[in-house]
Design a protein around this ligand. Structure first.
Ligand SMILES: CC(C)(COP(=O)(O)OP(=O)(O)OC[C@H]1O[C@@H](n2cnc3c(N)ncnc32)[C@H](O)[C@@H]1OP(=O)(O)O)[C@@H](O)C(=O)NCCC(=O)NCCS
Length: 147
């Protein structure tokens, strides 16, 4: 599938929140999405036949960029949507002369880790007990891509 990648409108936020709730272990709240929009974070959607099938949220400061959130609608997993979003992001970052991109991911999130490794992100550290789980806490892997 080759979705269109677009910047979001405020009216898209409910769709992002619906995707987030359906795929994330500790979902952002609707208020977090709205705050992110008003903070001026980069918010992009992947659209197929006018339907939002995935999203990407980033923050760039000077020559560094952080991936704050990325998700694909559960009906569209493993169809290359997140890959399209990250390919878009690499071009976006190059155009802005970004040197490196960072993210944090749950150690147990094998799908996301495999996605980031496919895009040549490398593990640069661990934040111990960074995320909550149903039964306790879980480490975060810190990953980086350098141009
Ligand atoms: C992680 C996520 C965004 C991947 O989205 P997607 O659109 O299905 O990903 P793609 O189809 O582009 O897959 C790209 C690569 O990711 C990896 N991948 C994706 N899903 C995977 C899975 N279930 N298991 C293992 N690897 C997986 C593979 O390396 C895949 O490459 P391949 O197709 O050549 O094998 C999606 O599973 C999701 O929304 N997860 C919940 C939200 C989340 O965890 N976000 C990350 C927060 S840090």
């Amino acid at each position: 599938m080759k979705p269109e990648i677009e910047s979001i409108d405020l009216k898209d936020i409910a769709d992002l929140y619906a995707i987030e709730k359906s795929v994330s272990q500790s979902p952002w709240t609707l208020e977090m999405f709205i705050a992110s929009f008003h903070a001026g974070h980069g918010m992009f959607v992947a659209k197929s036949e006018d339907k939002i099938v995935g999203f990407l949220i980033i923050m760039d400061v000077m020559e560094q960029l952080e991936i704050l959130n990325i998700a694909t609608h559960p009906d569209f997993h493993k169809q290359g949507i997140a890959s399209q979003l990250l390919s878009f992001l690499k071009n976006y970052a190059k155009q802005r002369e970004i040197n490196s991109m960072f993210l944090e991911v749950r150690k147990s999130n094998q799908a996301a880790i495999a996605l980031y490794q496919k895009f040549e992100f490398e593990q640069i550290g661990i934040r111990k007990k960074y995320y909550k789980t149903d039964s306790g806490q879980e480490d975060a892997l810190m990953m980086q891509f350098s141009f």
